[in-house]
Design a protein around this ligand. Sequence first.
Ligand SMILES: Nc1nc2c(c(=O)[nH]1)N(C=O)[C@@H](CNc1ccc(C(=O)N[C@@H](CCC(=O)O)C(=O)O)cc1)CN2
Ligand SMILES: Nc1ncnc2c1ncn2[C@@H]1O[C@H](COP(=O)(O)OP(=O)(O)OP(=O)(O)O)[C@@H](O)[C@H]1O
Length: 197
Amino acid sequence: MAITTSYSLKQVQRRLLKSKVMGCLREEDRKKASIEITHRLCSHPVWQDARVVSLYSSLPSEPDTSDIFRLAKASKKKVLFPKVVGKQLLFFEVEKKEDLEKNFMGIMEPKASCIEVLSQDMDLILVPGIGFDRQGQRLGRGLGLYDRCLSTLPSKVCRIGLYFSFQEIHKIYTEPHDQRLDLIITEKELIRVVLRS
Ligand SMILES: Nc1nc2c(c(=O)[nH]1)N(C=O)[C@@H](CNc1ccc(C(=O)N[C@@H](CCC(=O)O)C(=O)O)cc1)CN2
Ligand SMILES: Nc1ncnc2c1ncn2[C@@H]1O[C@H](COP(=O)(O)OP(=O)(O)OP(=O)(O)O)[C@@H](O)[C@H]1O
C-alpha cells in the first residue's frame, strides 16, 4: 500500500531512526560521543552567555546530559528541567540531581518541591529528539510536547539539539506545526542552521 500522508511518512522515519539507534549505539561509543557533544556545547558562546538554560534528563538512546548539568551548575546557571503535565511541558528549577525523581515514561523529572519557571525566562533550551536534518528540522517521540512548547517561546531563546551524527537524515518530513532548531551539535560537528527563503 502506498504511503501518502505526512503523518505516516513521519511514522516510517521514526521507526527507521529508532532501529538505527538500536543498531548503531554501543555504550562505549555513547560515552565518547557524549563527552564530545558536551565539550562542543559548553565551549559555545551562546551557552557561555546563557544564564537560564533548559536541560532534560537523557534516555539511554540519547547523548548523556549529566556532565552538562554539572558544568551548568558549576558556572552558576539556573537550570530548568521539563515535567510532562497533560499535553504540555512545564519547567522547574533543579539545583541538584536529588531534586529529580522517576516519572513520566521512567524519565527523571523535577520533584513537587521544585519551583516553576516560565519558559519565556529561558535563554536557551536543549531539545531532545530521535533524528534531525541540516535545515534544523527534528523528529521527536511523537507526542508533540516540544513542538507545542517551542511554538510559544520568544525567538531570542536559542534552540539546540544534541544528537549522534548517525541520527542525521537528508530530509525530515515536516508538518506545519513542526518547530526548527537554531543549532545542532553532534560528536563530529556543530551545525548552525541558516534559514533559506
Ligand atoms: N530525555 C528526554 N526527556 C523528555 C523527552 C525526550 O524525548 N527525551 N520528551 C519528549 O517529548 C518528553 C517525554 N516523552 C517521551 C515519549 C516517549 C518515550 C518513549 O517512548 N520511551 C521508550 C524508549 C526510550 C529510549 O529510546 O531509550 C520506552 O520507555 O520504551 C519517552 C519519553 C519529555 N522529556
Ligand atoms: N503547537 C501545537 N499545537 C497543537 N498540537 C500540536 C502542536 N505541535 C504538535 N502538535 C500535535 O502533536 C502530535 C505529535 O506531533 P509530531 O509527530 O510532530 O511530534 P514530535 O515532533 O515527534 O514530538 P515532540 O515535539 O514532542 O518532540 C501531532 O498530532 C500534532 O498535531
